[in-house]
Write a protein that binds this ligand. Structure first.
Ligand code: PLP
Length: 294
């Protein structure tokens, strides 16, 4: 990954209306060491994050990403992030973005063990080339997430709706999907319902209806899916959040993985079975997703 820029945010900044936060932001070497050895993000994956797409210098969906950062922080009992300060920091980092696609990561950890404050920082890097996923599409393998649909409500300490830094399980799922000859995974509950991919939301098209699994089912509410639903509703389509049986993935008229940097990647096969890809419609969705969006 080609790192471009990194910024540390002083979390002790006052939350005053009209405050000028610029002197609470400290540029650091994006290629150098930056975290203390007692940093709990590294020791325990104890923190939350967001990945934003930045296209031609414009950071996409800043409001929804900050709302989800605050939601994840609340689920993890982290101090509420100062969103006005984060907005100033995001604008500062976006000025360093080049033409084309970049990825900005917002990170908020519990800080250094026994330390006084959380640690907050932002990185900016070139985005990977996602052309093939957006055009040819992705083969997915469905993987059992190992719990039933009601577990997120019964065991909120599993933090299933928070975007935590503990992505080791998500990365293991992608490796397992690759061992099965696929490009990516789609998690399903042990009682047979669709959830999400390890780094993306799943959206199905059935006729003129677009459906995604309920975010209350212990999955992330995708900012890309939210934005796409608003676009689709503007185009006269119906959208819905539902409890989706896993078997519907292979019988849908079309399906996509959606995320902030990859954007819309059509699913071209499910567990080795080819499924239809609507290339022209996917191109239209990606043209929308690449346009400046707030
Ligand atoms: N679900 C998971 C587990 C993710 O990691 C992501 C993004 O990284 C998403 C869904 C999609 O979210 P967004 O569209 O906000 O990138």
């Amino acid at each position: 990954m080609a790192w471009r820029f990194a910024l540390v945010i002083d979390p002790a900044a006052p939350d005053d209306e009209g405050a000028d936060y610029r002197d609470t932001l400290h540029e650091i070497d994006p290629h150098g060491p930056a975290l203390g050895v007692g940093e709990l993000s590294a020791q325990r994956g104890d923190g939350v994050f967001e990945s934003l797409g930045v296209v031609d210098g414009h950071p996409h969906e800043v409001g929804p990403h900050l709302a989800r950062l605050a939601h994840s922080a609340a689920l993890c009992d982290l101090p509420a992030p100062n969103l006005a300060q984060w907005r100033v920091a995001i604008e500062r980092v976006a000025r360093e973005a080049g033409a084309g696609e970049n990825v900005m990561k917002l990170l908020l950890s519990r800080g250094v063990e026994h330390g006084p404050a959380p640690t907050a920082w932002i990185t900016l890097a070139d985005a990977p080339d996602n052309t093939s996923g957006r055009t040819t599409g992705v083969a997915v393998a469905t993987l059992d997430r190992g719990y039933a649909l009601d577990v997120p409500a019964r065991a909120p300490w599993l933090l299933l709706g928070a975007k935590t830094l503990s992505y080791a399980v998500n990365m293991a799922a992608i490796r397992e999907a690759k061992r099965r000859g696929a490009d990516d995974a789609v998690f399903v509950t042990s009682d047979g319902y669709l959830l999400e991919a390890p780094t993306a939301s799943v959206v199905l098209r059935v006729g003129d209806r677009f459906v995604t699994p309920e975010p209350q089912a212990g999955i992330l509410h995708g900012t890309t899916q939210l934005s796409l639903f608003a676009y689709l509703e503007g185009r006269g389509f119906t959208t819905a959040y539902e409890t989706v049986p896993a078997k519907d993935l292979a019988t849908a008229d079309a399906a996509w993985l959606l995320s902030s940097v990859r954007l819309a990647a059509p699913i071209r096969s499910v567990d080795g079975i080819e499924v239809p890809v609507d290339r022209a419609f996917t191109d239209e969705l990606n043209a929308y997703l690449l346009s400046p969006r707030d």
